[in-house]
Design a protein around this ligand. Structure first.
Ligand SMILES: NC(=O)c1ccc[n+]([C@@H]2O[C@H](COP(=O)([O-])OP(=O)(O)OC[C@H]3O[C@@H](n4cnc5c(N)ncnc54)[C@H](O)[C@@H]3O)[C@@H](O)[C@H]2O)c1
Length: 261
């Protein structure tokens, strides 16, 4: 019997990048996976790929920053499958990072849109999924933060603030519902080479991460998916309220190490 047999997982942003890999990995471990994404074409493609590999996946087209749509998503999942064991709160409006400079230059509309996509979305998913988890006796929520939410940067102002908020959402949920067996942890990746990052990222940017990582490589989506699946599983039953870095050790060494090398 596979570890997630009989369990139902919602993966927001499951149509691309890390969410896509999480969806594949959870399905391979036996979960029924709901690919909750606003990108209909890719969501259905990932659903098909998972089914072809023998897994159970269902695409639901949803914008997680719209309250009615999140409520509908949860209603649909409950009507069809009767439970939600895992919520991977992974979707974020990464396209906005292209217009996210320093505080003074940052457009307040971009700031607000970033908060809608990256903070309101995960909040709404928690708000509607947690009552289901409470009624069935527990569940595991994994929020996707970032190293950008844990240290200052010269740009990515709104993105960093949104990810710091996701870390605080994680602590709030863990504190408020832990006794009722709802666990909530966050993952803070550094650079992960998804299809999208590989397309738009200038080579210099990847080189900066490589120079500052303690590993000789940056991350792949599977590196994050492995940790999501672990946190979702009963093996992590004594872990809640934490932020787990998946970052090649980028924050562990002294900031002068890269220059000294
Ligand atoms: N890639 C990185 O280097 C990196 C590093 C640190 C943290 N992260 C975080 O990891 C998560 C996944 O990143 P990725 O690089 O795999 O992203 P990606 O851009 O490859 O995929 C994001 C997915 O989320 C979906 N999405 C965005 N907003 C949505 C919304 N409102 N409703 C529904 N779906 C929505 C998109 O359609 C897309 O399918 C994000 O939270 C991101 O901030 C990424």
């Amino acid at each position: 019997m596979a570890e997630f047999d009989g369990r139902v997982a919602i993966v927001t942003g499951g149509a691309n990048g890390m969410g896509e890999q999480v969806a594949h990995t959870l399905a391979a471990e036996g979960a029924t996976v709901i690919i909750a994404d606003r990108d209909a074409e890719r969501a259905h493609l990932v659903e098909l790929e998972i089914r072809e590999a023998g897994g159970d996946a269902h695409a639901v087209v949803v914008d997680v920053s719209e309250e009615n749509q999140v409520k509908d998503l949860v209603d649909k999942v409950i009507t069809r499958f009767g439970r939600i064991d895992v919520l991977d709160n992974n979707a974020a409006a990464l396209e906005l990072t292209a217009e996210d400079p320093d505080v003074v230059a940052l457009d307040s509309a971009v700031f607000m849109d970033t908060m809608r996509g990256n903070v309101l979305g995960p909040f709404l998913c928690c708000k509607y999924v947690i009552p289901v988890m409470l009624s069935q006796g527990g569940g595991s929520i994994i929020n996707m933060a970032s190293v950008s939410g844990m240290a200052g940067e010269t740009s990515l102002t709104a993105y960093g603030i949104s990810k710091a908020a996701v870390i605080q959402l994680t602590r709030a949920v863990a504190t408020q519902y832990g006794k009722q067996r709802v666990r909530c942890n966050a993952i803070a990746p550094a650079l992960v080479m998804t299809r999208n990052t590989s397309e738009w990222m200038p080579k210099e940017f990847k080189d900066i991460y490589l120079r500052n990582s303690l590993t000789p490589y940056v991350g792949e989506p599977q590196d994050v998916a492995n940790v999501v699946v672990f946190l979702a599983s009963d093996k992590a039953r004594y872990m809640t309220g934490h932020v787990i870095p998946v970052d090649g050790g980028i924050k562990a060494a002294s900031p002068i190490v890269a220059d000294r090398r």
